[in-house]
Design a protein around this ligand. Structure first.
Ligand code: NAD
Length: 292
């Protein structure tokens, strides 16, 4: 397939490299990041879009996506698919879909789970919103870049799924960290804590797969001095998107709000050291702070 790719950073770079390795012709544009080998460099986003059957974007935020989409849409071939894989707010995803539809194009919001490791290995999970025919057009690309794709419904529903998933992740990681810190103070061995919780009703991905306590459970960023992994500031970004969405639709999300405040303090609070560390390093914060 002829593909345009805009935003080739930590995630987009390896995703584009996998498309090249699978034999697709990829034209790329990024103002900062180095393009992977085999991606044809373009002078701007519009040039990367020209003649492409699918244009993929992997960008930092909804505002950047809206700006880039305004450049891409007039340059895209009739009937082409705009496939946004960034994590952005639901409103931006729906606005971009409307812009594309008004120009006779098709758009999908397809945020991913799996991180930089999943992007490099081609094992991402895609959660997709948009029309079924566009999903079918993009299916061969999902197969190359990912291991799993779930079509979640119309435009914006991919972002809705991502935001809800990551709100659960933020809240379960936070409570898992506070439970480990509480267990420490109660004199419970960490291995015993892991053995019980990972096989009991308190179990979740946050303990059984990504245990925040070093030295117990499968190898995780905790065993690598909390180098990310999934950085705390990215967790904060996604939690803020969940709270923004909750306000817009008048949903009551007290635990999501609490997790957002915890990560806000951890990443941006005075004297805190969360920025640049894995999001599971919240355990170290609970250990060092005690009750207040
Ligand atoms: P990144 O900052 O490494 O990459 C973003 C790229 O977009 C950069 O190379 C930047 O130069 C480029 N860019 C910015 N403005 C641009 C513009 N106007 N035109 C063209 N390119 C532009 O970020 P990342 O880690 O690759 O994340 C990308 C998206 O994926 C984000 O929405 C993030 O939330 C999401 N995501 C990241 C991870 C992760 O673990 N890193 C996991 C899941 C989802």
């Amino acid at each position: 397939m002829k593909i345009g790719f805009v935003g080739l950073g930590n995630m987009g770079g390896p995703m584009a490299a996998n498309l090249v390795a699978a034999g697709h012709a990829v034209a790329g544009y990024d103002p900062v990041s180095v393009l992977p080998e085999g991606v044809r460099p373009c002078a701007d986003a519009a040039q990367a879009a020209a003649g492409a059957e699918v244009v993929i974007t992997m960008l930092p935020s909804g505002d950047v996506l809206r700006g880039v989409a305004a450049q891409l849409v007039p340059a895209m071939a009739p009937g082409a698919v705009l496939l946004d894989c960034s994590t952005v707010d639901v409103d931006s995803a729906r606005a971009v879909a409307d812009l594309a539809a008004a120009a006779g194009l098709r758009a999908l919001d397809a945020p991913v789970s799996g991180g930089v490791g999943g992007a490099a290995a081609g094992t991402l999970t895609f959660m997709v919103g948009g029309p079924s025919d566009a999903v079918e057009t993009a299916r061969p690309l999902f197969d190359v870049m990912g291991a799993r794709m779930v079509h979640c419904g119309p435009a914006g529903n991919g972002q809705a799924a991502k935001i809800c998933n990551n709100m659960i992740l933020g809240a379960t990681m936070a409570v898992t960290c506070e439970a480990f810190a509480l267990a420490d103070r109660l004199g419970l061995e960490r291995q015993a804590m892991f053995d019980v919780v990972s096989t009991s009703s308190g179990n979740s991905w946050s303990i059984s797969t990504y245990c925040p306590a070093p030295g117990v459970g499968p190898v995780s960023p905790a065993d690598n001095d909390y180098r990310p992994g999934f950085a705390a500031e990215l967790m904060l970004k996604d939690l803020r998107l969940s709270q923004q969405a909750a306000v817009q639709v008048d949903a009551d999300t007290p635990l999501g709000a609490c997790a957002t405040t915890l990560y806000e303090n951890f990443v941006e609070g005075p004297g805190e050291d969360g920025r640049g560390r894995d999001f599971s390093a919240l355990l170290a914060r609970f250990e060092s702070h005690g009750r207040r």
